[in-house]
Design a binder for this molecule. Sequence first.
Ligand code: SIN
Ligand code: FE
Length: 301
Amino acid sequence: MVGSRAMSATLVETVEEPSPAREIEYCRSLEQGRILLFERPPFELPAAERSLLLAQRQSRAGYHKNIAYRPAQDRVTGFARGADTVRLRDALRLYSRRATEFAAWLLPRYARTWRLDLASFRPEEEAGRALPPRSRNDLIHVDAFPTRPTRGDRILRLFTNVNPAEPRVWLSGGTFEEIAPRFAPQALVDRARREGLGDRLRRFARAAGLKVAVRSPYDRFMLSFHHYLKESAAFQEAAEKSRLEFPAGATWMVFTDMVSHAVLKGRYALEQTFLVARDSLVLPEKAPIAILERIARAPMG
Ligand code: SIN
Ligand code: FE
């Protein structure tokens, strides 16, 4: 059921020269769980790069959900056989740079210490996409990365819908702040139950010389909360949902560890992720780690 509550987007009509006051206003909006939506492109991606991207397909190998670009290694993965990998890499590098320059210009406070994470291109139609349950994009969740723990730093994402005609459609079940009091306690109990076994397996793997990710309590919780939300019929069916359409050509920024989301339809989105340091936030008490520590009454870092 789609409720009447509109997903909280702040429409930015014109992007003016940033001032400290405007920056704080954008940070506050984002950290409270609003989406900054630019309906007109705030930076350009040339037509040649756009048409190259529209011709791409996803690799059929099950472990690649998107085409990913790693800025640190200047490397692309997940494209279909036969792709012109050099031109594809050049297009994604250009998007990643322009998106990063724009975000750093708009939000220098975050940019001073953020870590540049992956960029991605999402060429598949999301409606009816067959993915394993925990990878499904059409189930509402907050983001957590299995391979890149953040220890309480934040996941900020900048998306661009390069589809020439169709919107990208999201559904939200509210913010982490709204969801956590109701759903985090049960998820914490489930995690504690599963963790005994997980810890034994990790110790065994380490003893066998395997590289095992070391996750903070926060990262362990967020990853299991991501799975818990996707698997919880009670949460997925919770009445208050809101829908947002990102029109063709739109760009939007959002803390996806705060704003719950599912993507219902659309294809051809570009995205750049930034890991924003916890100590650069304007409202640190709104960070999921702070909310969680209040609920769990325990340090999670
Ligand atoms: C997601 O992060 O769940 C997917 C968002 C999107 O591709 O629009
Ligand atoms: Fe997500």
